[in-house]
Design a protein around this ligand. Sequence first.
Ligand SMILES: Nc1ncnc2c1ncn2[C@@H]1O[C@H](COP(=O)(O)OP(=O)(O)OP(=O)(O)O)[C@@H](O)[C@H]1O
Ligand SMILES: [Mg+2]
Length: 256
Amino acid sequence: MITLQNVNKVFQIPDGEPLNAVSSASLQIDEGDIYGIIGFSGAGKSTLMRTINLLERPDSGKIIVNGQDMLALNEKELRKARMSIGMIFQHFNLLNNRTVFENVSFPLEIAGVPKSERKQRIEECLRIVGLEDKTKAYPAKLSGGQKQRVAIARALANKPKVLLCDEPTSSVDPSTTGSILAFLKEINERLGITIVIVTHEMNVIKSICNKVAVMEQGVVVEKFEMNDSKFVPKSNIAQFLFKNEIVLDKREVAYV
Ligand SMILES: Nc1ncnc2c1ncn2[C@@H]1O[C@H](COP(=O)(O)OP(=O)(O)OP(=O)(O)O)[C@@H](O)[C@H]1O
Ligand SMILES: [Mg+2]
């Protein structure tokens, strides 16, 4: 469903050394996966995930999504391909001057869906995340968890096949994290949407991911399936994931 092959991304820093944000990264994400990308801050997780819909254009490598070679598409084709790839962010990125209803409407308007069809679709998406009673509210009146649910509804509006999530629970309180993860799992199971999640939180991976890639300094150092009992983890992060152990080391404590 998604193949990333030898993806490289270098950022040119003014007056500085070029920064290898992603180096020769390859991932295979299959239909129905909830694929986690985990690593410390600055590891290149977001950059790598953003190459999937070309929000970040790689310097080299291959990106295949739904059988399409993303780097071979022209602008119009890319716009269309992006409609089947939803995305949610750590800070929700809602439009503050639009109501909940109007936020979910936005991608449909961009896609040119006629007004008569939009209402039903918006209500359907808000029902999926349990916010059908908040249609007229403005984002400022919502909790962090509710804002992220609006963002999920908005990402679902154009019926994507893939949902990219960049730190979806990092700006909500721990008690809300569980409900956001439950919605993502439900969307994956009930709507058959493949999910990619960038996170630095172990519990996110443990709760819902079936496959994981660990990144360090731009490199994918390990890939595995969470239910692979024969897998021998090498990186610290993978060892923690498999051992189910809390180690109160300064560097790792953030992940527990
Ligand atoms: N637009 C940019 N211009 C220059 N450098 C960038 C840009 N985007 C990211 N970087 C750098 O590339 C590296 C990887 O960044 P990235 O955001 O992908 O990491 P990350 O693993 O998502 O980190 P975090 O957990 O903090 O979000 C970092 O060193 C970052 O500073
Ligand atoms: Mg990031």
